[in-house]
Design a protein around this ligand. Sequence first.
Ligand code: NAP
Length: 456
Amino acid sequence: MRGVLLGYRGTGKSSVGRHLAGLLGVPFIDTARRIEARAGRPVAAIFRNEGEARFREYEREAIVSLPAGDAVIATGGGAVCDAVNVRHLRAGSFCILLTASVEAICRRIAGSGRPPLTALPPEDEVRAMIGKRRQAYRAAADCCVDTTDLAPAEAAATIARILAEGTVRPAEAETGLAALRVTGAAGESLAGIEQLQRRPTRLYGILGFPSRHSKSPGMYNQLFARYGIDGFYAGFESPDPAAVIGALERLDYRGLSVTIPHKTAVIPLLDRLDEDAAAIGAVNTIVRCGGETTGSNTDWLGVRRPVEDLAGGSAVLLGAGGAAAAAAYALVDLDMDVLVLARTKEKAEALATRFHCRAGALHEGERLDADLVVHATPVGMEPDASSLLAAAQLPEGCTVFDLVYTPPETPLLREARRAGCRTIPGTEMFVHQACEQFALFTGIRIPPQEIREMIA
Ligand code: NAP
């Protein structure tokens, strides 16, 4: 068993880690001691004399060269902010985030001799740093243990039980499984979920209606295997997101992809929303850690990433539904001058008002004028073989990004090619949003090409 302890300074990683290693009968490795051995001086002296940037280099060297095999590993508080560290720490390990109240942390780190990271008073610094690293901690952890009121030996015993039995006690798992069976949502995934409830393996999945034909379970389970993550990704198909999420909470699920038609309906079911999801008004990613759920949106990054080279230019956005909202947010974030065109003028105007862009109606045969055309209606989606625009309507030399991805070569993309435009297929939105979602689920950043090859 290889357990990795993550968390801010003063949450007990070293003291709990030593006890845990004793309980499990495995070596204890403190990355701070490995850094000191490499640098030939204490961590506090590295910070003081060489600065934080140099400390982070030592830290990365210490983490990528960790010996393989059973161990308990205690990491530095900022180690999770580096995706390379996270990839190495997570491979073949179960990662436990230790948390504690700000007061407990300040009490424990008082007099450590480490120079402050900011000019703030100690409690404010701890609060600010934890806030800044919150997403990274929650992404990299498989589970979370609050050590505020626990002695190191008690925290170690709690973690040893989780490593042996999983994060859900057997009676809770039975109740959760019974509730999940009632929803009928797990379908073919149910057998896999039943098997994993007594092991630490963490549960992820996709929730939609329909979602049975989603490529996500195959893709995520391959990624978990490739990166040594102890996770299982299931498919959940139901018209009732509250019932499914309620059952999954009892099974201590770790993360969910959310798809049509639940991206807005799940919002009231969550503890918090990140800034982007709140602005777009839709959630496609739920991350759950320590019993708290956060809703995020990675769809907008799926639109943003492939067109970042057009930042500051002009764009026409076709459609005014959910995908168009994510696209408008992305294009405005790229400082583009955006014109929203939709068949229902009021809807185009409402979307344009929300994201501070211009609106208009879509007139038949009209020639557009922009650097980028983003298509966000279902026109051209199988089995529909029509295109909203003909080649003659497309501006010369523009880029056409069709968010529709079934078929991969849509009628609009064929028209765009005829007009000599650069084309971006809808699969690129899926690829980039999936890279971002995997990072929120695991803290690991993967190259888009890996996803392209998996869904090809
Ligand atoms: P939505 O919320 O239902 O919005 C659809 C929009 O298209 C609405 O503005 C609607 O106008 C308009 N529309 C529908 N039929 C039309 C027609 N025949 N002519 C002109 N406009 C029409 O749907 P959505 O969630 O935004 O999805 C839109 C498309 O994006 C889907 O085809 C989906 O495949 C694609 N998508 C792709 C990805 C990806 O990863 N690539 C992700 C999400 C969505 P009214 O309001 O007037 O009906």
